[in-house]
Design a protein around this ligand. Structure first.
Ligand code: FEO
Length: 390
């Protein structure tokens, strides 16, 4: 069996996907990802936690084919990157029972056509025994779907967390080993996948804080052998605290909007405010999502295309609306050719953004003196608002 020993009778049997560069045909994966799966051999029963993306079935099966029997397939999350190999696994181990949360029973049936008789739902805090080891299931909805749960192996102090606390990175390292690059990947993962569920994650963090563990074993990325690092980082990301920072996603077609962005940025810097600019024509949207984790203000810069925002800006606005950043303030700037409804059309794309709109600076053609004065006033207003926050 091509497996890596974690602790007594517990093995990592997942796979690394070094080549994947997009998740959900949307999210950039600069460092690939992994689909982690964990085998737990108890004195009486054997359980497998999560499977792998079905594209990697052959490699996964290589890791398991010496296994004589499997009693439980634990599905912590129904999304196919973790559950997709369950049907093939069930063909090899027809005796196995699939353990999942009550909500996952429907989802696994809908997505994988699994027979209901093979699925056993566990209640929050329910424990199953493997003999000398036991698994307690803790319901943690919305990390990442409504049915998600984590599993706690008390005897070896390991928390199996699936998407929760994970990171998209392929690595030959089994553990995070306090590598800052792993924490960076986890922040990107939080921004892209978890941020919309910030409130629910807060209560789930409290739930897992009540459990005593030494290792957090997610189903993407290395195992956290410094779990306090990732827990503390999450507690900061989900808090209401924001940084004295303005994120400016923008596009410019003929340079006028870019000049406005440049003018505003310099005024903000002069006012002591940190700025991060993202030219959406070339940017990695994962980097933009990360910047939005703790920015106090978003200023969108868009030229007008047929009276509305540039389609690249519209796409980024729809994404920002979906990931629900905690920014307190927002504004819009940009230049237009002959007519515009860019402000109303862009704001209509952001109903989930619970930010106070501080105003807009929209000018025809080049930014002339009145527009520059308005940009300066906007920078002063943002700086004053940030001071109030602190
Ligand atoms: Fe890694 Fe929500 O799946």
């Amino acid at each position: 069996m091509n497996a890596r020993l974690i602790k007594n009778g517990i093995y990592a049997v997942g796979v690394q996907d070094w080549s994947r560069r997009l998740f959900d045909s949307l999210i950039p994966l600069p460092d690939g990802t992994s689909y982690n799966s964990y085998l737990i051999r108890g004195s009486e029963k054997t359980a497998l936690i999560d499977t792998v993306d079905p594209a990697f079935w052959d490699e996964f099966w290589q890791n398991l084919q010496d296994l004589p029997r499997l009693d439980y397939i634990i599905s912590l999350h129904s999304e196919q990157d973790h559950s997709g190999s369950i049907p093939m696994l069930l063909e090899r181990f027809p005796e196995a029972v699939i353990i999942c949360s009550p909500k996952a029973k429907d989802l696994l049936g809908d997505h994988l056509l699994l027979p209901p008789a093979k699925l056993r739902a566990v209640a929050d805090s329910e424990t199953i025994s493997l003999g000398d080891k036991s698994l307690r299931f803790i319901h943690t909805p919305w990390v990442h779907w409504p049915e998600t749960m984590v599993a706690y192996l008390k005897e070896e102090k390991i928390l199996f967390s699936c998407d929760f606390l994970g990171s998209h990175s392929a690595s030959s390292d089994l553990y995070d080993n306090d590598d800052p690059a792993v924490l960076e990947a986890a922040k990107r993962y939080y921004a892209e996948i978890m941020m919309p569920f910030r409130t629910q994650i807060r209560s789930n963090l409290k739930k897992v804080r009540e459990v005593d563990f030494d290792l957090v074993a997610p189903s993407h990325g290395p195992i956290w052998n410094h779990p306090e690092k990732i827990l503390a980082a999450y507690e900061g990301w989900v808090s209401d605290k924001v940084q004295n920072k303005v994120v400016i996603p923008f596009i410019s077609m003929h340079g006028s909007t870019a000049k406005m962005v440049d003018y505003l940025s310099k005024e903000l810097i002069r006012q002591g405010v940190k700025v991060e600019l993202f030219d959406l024509a070339v940017t990695d949207i994962g980097k933009l999502a990360m910047a939005l984790v703790d920015a106090a203000t978003i200023v969108i810069g868009s030229p007008t295309v047929h009276v509305g925002p540039h389609p690249g800006v519209a796409s980024a606005a729809i994404l920002a609306n979906a990931i629900k950043p905690k920014a307190r303030y927002a504004a819009l700037i940009g230049s237009y050719g002959w007519a515009t409804k860019v402000v109303e059309n862009t704001l209509a794309l952001l109903p989930n953004l619970k930010a106070e709109i501080l105003g807009s600076v929209i000018c025809k053609g080049e930014a002339k003196e009145p527009a520059k004065q308005e940009l300066k006033a906007l920078a002063e207003l943002i700086a004053a608002k940030h001071k109030e926050l602190n």
